[in-house]
Design a protein around this ligand. Structure first.
Ligand code: URA
Length: 251
């Protein structure tokens, strides 16, 4: 079994038949999960329209507008702006290529991430790695993975608004420095933080949004997919949209 096949099996999406010269509209997904799976709507119903591209790099929104990567990393390491730092082992800045085309954004570190200082290294991280592999991507290789908050919330609870408020400028500066071609928000916390408004994930997924001129794709968090495996088909559909959006951006 090759890596891609293994990744698709992990996503409960194997076998996947993709005709030669496949386009999104041609992708037929055959679900082979042991449990019945809701078949996601066919992908042609998803409009692939890129948000308008700005003619120039947008002005900085970050409170850390003049900081370079290393300075930003130092600032995060020393941050005591909210109550989270007192309860975690270390800050988790992010991992990967700081000039990546792909940026994946999660919510915040969990137990294993807190210990290892790297995002998405636990069970949800293994699923994320498989989702990346299904796109023929891997962490560190044209991919950057970060989180909305850099410190583990106690008991893995959702970060609170004030905690997100303190930490978001770091992510905003990371995005300004990375200048990704596409951002993938994993779950509602990342979606809300990047969009600046709240809506259900079901209503946000399946189409492209805009984060200050960069296409933003919103999909389910891998931890949610582990709890709700029947949603994996929709996540795969979102990833196909992301893949096509990236192709369109690269030209
Ligand atoms: N969940 C997240 O949102 N981020 C991580 O780094 C790990 C789990």
């Amino acid at each position: 079994m090759n890596l891609n096949e293994a990744a698709l099996r992990e996503l409960n999406l194997y076998p996947l038949w993709v005709p030669r010269e496949a386009s999104l509209a041609q992708v037929e997904v055959a679900l082979s999960a042991p449990t019945p799976i809701e078949i996601a709507p066919r992908v042609e119903s998803v409009a692939l329209s890129l948000p308008p591209q700005p003619s120039a790099v947008p002005e900085s929104v970050s409170a850390h507008a003049n900081l370079g990567w290393d300075e930003l990393q130092g600032l995060v390491r020393d941050c005591r702006a909210c109550k989270l730092r007192a309860g975690c082992t270390q800050t988790v800045f992010g991992v990967g290529d700081p000039q990546a085309d792909w940026l994946f954004v999660g919510e915040g570190p969990g137990v294993e991430e807190d210990v290892r200082g790297e995002p998405f290294v636990g069970q949800a991280g293994r699923l994320l790695d498989n989702m990346l592999a299904a796109l023929k991507l891997k962490r560190g290789d044209d991919v950057y993975i970060g989180n909305v908050v850099k410190c583990r919330p106690p008991g893995n609870r959702t970060p609170e608004a004030d905690e997100i408020g303190c930490c978001l400028p770091y992510l905003q500066r990371q995005i300004e420095l990375i200048q990704p071609k596409l951002i993938v928000a994993l779950g509602k916390t990342a979606a809300t933080a990047l969009l600046g408004r709240e809506a259900s994930l079901a209503s946000l997924r399946g189409s492209l949004h805009d984060y200050r001129g960069t296409p933003l794709l919103i999909t389910y968090h891998p931890a949610y997919l582990l709890r709700s495996p029947t949603e994996k088909a929709k996540a795969w559909q979102d990833l196909c949209l992301a893949r096509d959006a990236m192709k369109a951006r690269k030209g």
